[in-house]
Design a protein around this ligand. Structure first.
Ligand code: F6R
Length: 607
């Protein structure tokens, strides 16, 4: 995790660095710091948020200079504290570094450096890089960086400044994201585009082990043998406003409201004349017919989208689907066959466990199809085929539109594969595509329930426990609803397959316990109504989510939220919305930091 920025140019660096870091706060926000060159390197860093850093800089009367690096941290080694914050400086004061990632062999390196007389002041892994750079420094930043890279193991996006080099920042990445923003007489380093979008739309994406020399008048990218690499310039096609709140109190609410557009943008280019065209992947009909098994691999909400995918793809395409948490898959010695496909799902495209699982599957020779939101991210680049979710930048730590667009792609894949394999007739496909096309409109309608759901949330904001129950696809949807509630409101929440409740968990239901019952599946509706009766009999307060027209549940539940009546398989896209809104309003009512829940970060680039 963590976010890094760098700037060299003609303007004051510190406001540019701090603003950039604010855009990266989603990557970590327990401490932050900047280092600015001005006849020496001035470092200002502090535990806390960017506002604390900004205040500290202001209290010092600003930090002047036109070259600098900055960092916003999500602690891995060493608690959040002033001293553990980045940038870190070598003992001599000559070298200053910022780092995103983990130096796995830092203890050994630390012991070696201590023998050489280096004294460490922080508990971080990063500090070894500053001292190591100092140890090898021979007047040439690139040569020294190569020597350092040779010694360190792990993941890193590193940017380094030296007191002897007033016109140069060097940087490198391996398994942690980094891009280079290209300006006129000024250039930038950033972990992600929003940090530099105010200044430039042109950027280079870096591959692992590419070294960057950032100067005012240009950027040179080198390989480890110092050969210059010609990089393609990418151009950002979205605007800064799409990375800002646009009048909403929180990014999460803005992103919830953006879901109709995000889904439209994701599915429309792939539907022509009522037919699904997955032209962005190189799968022939034979490839699709020959798939033996699909292994869906992801983390968190993306994993929940994968569980929806299992129900949908198995049912429509009759391909066996396994869904694995990436952190489990990579270590469980999975059985993969040559006709299998690994379907990797990731909003950020940088999640460390997911990327490692992808690499393991690739090592075993399995074809990789990924669903990714961030264009050019590591997962996208390392996959054989990519289906992008066109959700735009997602800033709130809790995913909403990222998840919804992943689910939408599950439908497209299930339908397309089902049609090619002969399990979905053209007629059925047309009907489902037509319903899929209406999902954005249905979501618009559901979003108008915002006030009503806010009222329910206010009533239940002091709940200590919430149980969400469902069967089939509703169970998959419950998992995501439950994660939304717990991660942003800190209420203990659990999702249960409704039929499983009586095997233990029902003993937790007592007078007033809040149960959300998702009941959108026609063939399971009556069973779900019975499950609601069971929890009601034990004192639960039940909010049901059901399809319009299915009013029977209203006789047993305390409240019902009706979603538009659509194909049973598509309901996961709709039931998610009231649960997101409920989680959001409960968290607001409880005074939580919605966009930056405690202990979390948006892009989990550590194992
Ligand atoms: C929860 C959430 C996380 C992510 C997970 C995977 O709201 O956002 O659970 O879904 O960390 O992230 P990506 O999709 O970027 O791989």
């Amino acid at each position: 995790m963590c976010g890094i920025v760098g700037y060299i140019g003609k303007n004051e660096a510190s406001p540019i660095l701090i603003k950039g870091l604010q855009k990266l706060e989603y990557r970590g926000y327990d401490s932050a710091g900047i280092a600015v060159y001005n006849n020496g390197i001035n470092v200002v860093k502090t535990k806390g948020r960017l506002v604390d850093l900004d205040e500290k800089v202001k209290s010092l009367g600003g930090v002047s200079g036109t070259m600098g690096i900055g960092h916003t941290r999500w602690a891995t080694h060493g608690a959040p504290s002033d001293i553990n914050s980045h940038p870190h400086t070598s003992m001599s004061g000559k070298i200053t570094v910022v780092h995103n990632g983990i130096i796995e062999n830092y203890l050994q390196l630390k012991a070696d450096l201590e023998k050489e007389g280096y004294k460490f002041v922080s508990e971080t892994d990063t500090e070894v890089v500053a001292h190591l750079f100092d140890f090898y420094y021979d007047g040439d930043m690139v040569d020294t960086l190569i020597k350092v890279i040779d010694k360190i193991r792990g993941s890193y996006a590193l940017a380094v400044m030296c007191t002897e080099k007033p016109d140069e920042i060097v940087a490198v990445r391996k398994d942690s994201p980094m891009l280079i923003g290209l300006g006129d007489g000024e250039n930038y380093i950033a972990s992600d585009i929003p940090a530099v979008l105010e200044y430039t739309k042109d950027y280079y994406l870096l591959n692992d082990n590419e070294i960057v020399v950032l100067k005012r008048d240009g950027v040179t990218v080198l390989d480890m043998d110092k050969n210059e690499i010609k990089k393609d310039i990418y151009n950002v096609t979205w605007d800064i406003s799409s990375a800002e709140k646009g009048g909403y109190d929180y990014f999460m609410l803005k992103e919830i409201m953006e879901q109709p557009k995000a889904i439209k943008d994701t599915i429309h280019p792939r539907i022509a004349d009522g037919e699904i065209k997955l032209d962005d992947v190189k799968y022939t009909d034979d490839d699709i017919k020959n798939i033996g098994r699909i292994h869906i691999i992801a983390c968190g909400s993306a994993y929940h989208a994968g569980i929806v995918g299992k129900y949908v793809i198995e049912d429509l395409a009759r391909i066996p689907v396994e869904v694995d948490l990436a952190s489990e898959f990579r270590y469980r010695n999975p059985i993969l066959n040559k006709n299998d496909v690994c379907l990797i799902i990731s909003q950020s495209g940088e999640t460390a466990d997911t990327l490692a699982a992808l690499r393991e599957a690739k090592r075993q020779g399995v074809r990789i199809l990924s669903i990714v939101n961030v264009v050019g991210s590591s997962i996208a680049r390392e996959s054989d085929d990519v289906l992008y979710t066109w959700a735009g930048p997602e800033i709130a730590v809790a995913t909403t539109k990222g998840y919804s667009t992943q689910v939408a792609l599950m439908y497209l894949i299930g339908l397309k594969f089902g049609q090619v394999r002969g399990f979905v007739s053209d007629e059925k496909a047309k009907a489902m595509v037509s319903e899929l096309d209406k999902i954005p409109e249905y979501i618009e309608k559901l979003l108008t329930l915002d006030k009503e759901i806010e009222g329910m949330a206010k009533e239940h904001a002091s709940s200590e426990n919430v149980f969400i129950i469902g069967r089939g696809i509703d169970y998959a949807a419950s998992l995501e609803g439950s994660l939304k509630i717990k991660e942003i409101s800190y209420i203990h929440s659990e999702a249960y397959a409704a039929g499983e409740l009586k095997h233990g968990t029902i003993s937790l239901i007592e007078e007033g316990t809040l149960v959300i019952a998702v009941a959108t599946q026609d063939n399971l509706y009556e069973k779900l109504v019975s499950n609601v009766k069971e929890v009601k009999a034990r004192g639960a307060y039940v909010i049901a989510i059901a399809k319009e027209g299915n009013t029977e549940i209203g006789e047993v539940a305390d409240k019902v939220i009706y979603i538009p009546n659509t194909d049973d398989k598509l309901t996961a896209s709709l039931s998610a919305i009231p649960m997101q809104l409920f989680a959001y309003h409960v968290a607001v009512e409880r005074g939580c930091d919605i966009d930056k829940p405690r202990n979390l970060a948006k892009s989990v680039t550590v194992e």
